[in-house]
Design a protein around this ligand. Structure first.
Ligand code: VG1
Ligand code: CO
Length: 548
């Protein structure tokens, strides 16, 4: 039956500009009539310009299960039918992790996908919601596309939908409405098969069979079902390895953010004498990872470096070696040293996974990472939490060593990047803007001045030209590079939904086998950075909300 297409007149909403990773707002903002619809129609209007008739194309739809996920999925199905897509691949229950959506887009050759998530932000009617469009390569739309979507959203006058497709999204199967085939698909299948191709499951199975114990904290977010299936059912980890494995719309009332603050109970479990050998957690949409050994935290920058170091020997997908490694600018320089030793390419990009896409597509790099607990490879075009956990299990299986031993060996060989990120959340937006502007004005006069026991060699604002397509991104963080190799970086977050969040990143490299205390090493840099920013004076703040 041909559905009746309903044309709905609408008016633009202010501020529908996608940030570091899609459009994120308070859930109630998204729940306003027409808000989500405007955004979705804007995406469709933009991609239709290059894709042409949607009748030939497939769209993947999935989300992290947070509050409003199901309603949003239904709205999108109706609109996608009205807009004439040939096929929709809808995750069963509306649940699919961000890296799994990326995998499905790639495996099935879809035009793109819509992911409903605000990632590590809390969920609930008074918390956050988000939507992101991923393109044909499976990765987040590049800035040229997100800017075009924003422009569309600012001049939109109408969207189209149908009355209700009434698809049972909880049952796998196929239905047809007009010219659109709607397939409700298994959320785990493509992704888990891909993991099995990349990794040596047998060696990880042997590791678990030898008595090795781990805890995986899914934080009541999307990775629970993936981890249950892969770790417990496929790899032989003990039942109970996965905790908080059921996705909940409010993530159990917590921030699904896998760091030392929000995953404190996992950290405590690893501190117990009878605790497991290995601990891991993933975020709301499954693209971030936290890696812990017994009483030992692996900083994301070190994790990236270590995965790059061991990839060739420990992970079959990389047995021919890596083409290159890429990291976002604020991420520690640990991976650079590995790339140098391996004699492979190395790239420094702005914050946000969208900047890795073209490097991965061009085969210039294989492994990428960010300091924000994001690690991934060319298997998809998103960071991938469960992938990182399997990468670590592979390294532990291959070396037969503990997490701490592996990291300490790395530090002995390469030296250590002492590293921290301090987040100052909920700053008044104007105050934050003024503080950054004031620092920007000082940039030209900073070189040569003393700073944190060293001297500022260069001060600049990071800008990036993509080596493949020549696109540029400016104002991607202010950085101070010191003559002893230390770095201080300041930028404002592009994922928050209220006020401003300033991120202060500090790094000091010392070739001391990693034996120093990170707080002591970094204290002088932090003190001077706060003074330079006039942080307390301009924002009334002194202490960060979260240190990672
Ligand atoms: C943060 C991180 C960035 C990450 C982004 C999305 O962005 O710093 O590294 O790519 O979140 O991650 P920002 O602009 O707030 O610093 V996720 O897991 O929210 O998709
Ligand atoms: Co995320």
């Amino acid at each position: 039956m041909k559905p009746e297409i309903i044309k709905v007149p609408t008016k633009p909403f202010e501020g529908q500009r996608p940030g570091t990773s899609g459009l994120r707002k308070k859930t109630r903002v998204f729940m306003q009539p027409d808000y989500l619809e405007n955004m979705v129609q804007s995406v469709f209007n933009v991609i239709r310009e290059t894709a042409g008739d949607f009748g030939q194309h497939m769209l993947v739809i999935g989300g992290d299960g947070r509050y409003y996920n199901r309603e949003a999925i239904k709205i999108i199905i109706n609109m996608a039918v009205a807009n004439g897509f040939g096929k929709l691949l809808v995750a069963r229950g509306g649940l699919m992790s961000t890296p799994a959506v990326s995998a499905v887009i790639r495996c099935r050759g879809a035009l793109g996908g819509l992911i409903l998530s605000a990632s590590h932000n809390a969920g609930g009617i008074d918390e956050d919601f988000g939507i992101k469009y991923n393109i044909h390569n499976g990765g987040p739309a590049p800035e040229s596309v997100t800017e075009a979507i924003y422009e569309q959203s600012q001049k939109i006058t109408e969207y189209i939908t149908i009355s209700d497709a009434n698809v049972d999204i909880d049952r796998e199967g196929s239905t047809r409405i007009g010219q659109t085939q709607i397939d409700v698909i298994n959320s785990l299948k493509d992704y888990c098969e891909l993991m099995e191709e990349l990794f040596d499951f047998e060696s990880i199975r042997r590791l678990f069979a030898s008595g090795f114990r781990m805890t995986f904290d899914a934080m009541h977010a999307i990775t629970g079902p993936y981890a249950h299936h892969l770790l417990e059912e496929r790899l032989g980890a003990a039942q109970g390895t996965v905790v908080k494995g059921i996705p909940l719309p409010d993530f159990g009332g917590h921030h699904p953010d896998p760091n030392l603050v929000y995953a404190a109970d996992l950290v405590a479990r690893l501190a117990d004498d009878n605790g497991p050998d290995f601990g891991a957690a993933c975020d709301g949409d499954g693209d971030r990872n936290l890696i812990l050994g017994r009483r030992f935290f692996v900083s994301p920058g070190d994790s990236l470096a270590l995965i790059a170091e061991h990839a060739k020997d420990a992970i079959p997908a990389f047995r021919d070696g890596l083409a290159g490694v890429a990291r976002s600018m604020p991420t520690s320089t640990a991976a650079d040293r590995v790339a140098q030793e391996l004699g492979i390419r190395f790239y420094e990009t702005p914050t946000g996974w969208k900047f890795f896409g073209s490097l991965l597509d061009a085969g210039l790099c294989t492994i990428c990472g960010e300091e924000s607990f994001g690690t991934g490879s060319n298997h998809v075009r998103e960071k991938d939490g469960v992938w990182a956990v399997l990468a670590w299990l592979s390294i532990l299986a291959r070396t037969g060593k503990s997490v701490e031993q592996v990291v300490r060996e790395h530090w002995r060989h390469f030296g250590r990047s002492y590293y921290q990120r301090h987040d100052f959340e909920g700053i008044d937006t104007d105050a934050a803007g003024k503080m950054i502007e004031a620092l920007r004005e000082k940039i030209p006069s900073l070189a040569g001045s003393n700073f944190g026991g060293s001297q500022i060699k260069t001060a600049d604002e990071f800008s990036y030209t993509d080596p493949v397509d020549g696109s540029t991104a400016t104002r991607q963080g202010i950085r101070l590079l010191l003559s002893d190799g230390s770095r201080v970086v300041v930028r404002l977050s592009g994922t928050g939904t209220s006020g401003a969040t300033m991120r202060l990143y500090v790094e000091r490299y010392i070739n001391d086998a990693g034996v120093s205390d990170v707080n002591e090493v970094l204290a002088p840099l932090l003190t001077e950075a706060k003074q330079l920013l006039r942080l307390r004076e301009l924002t009334g703040r002194d202490k960060p909300n979260v240190i990672t």
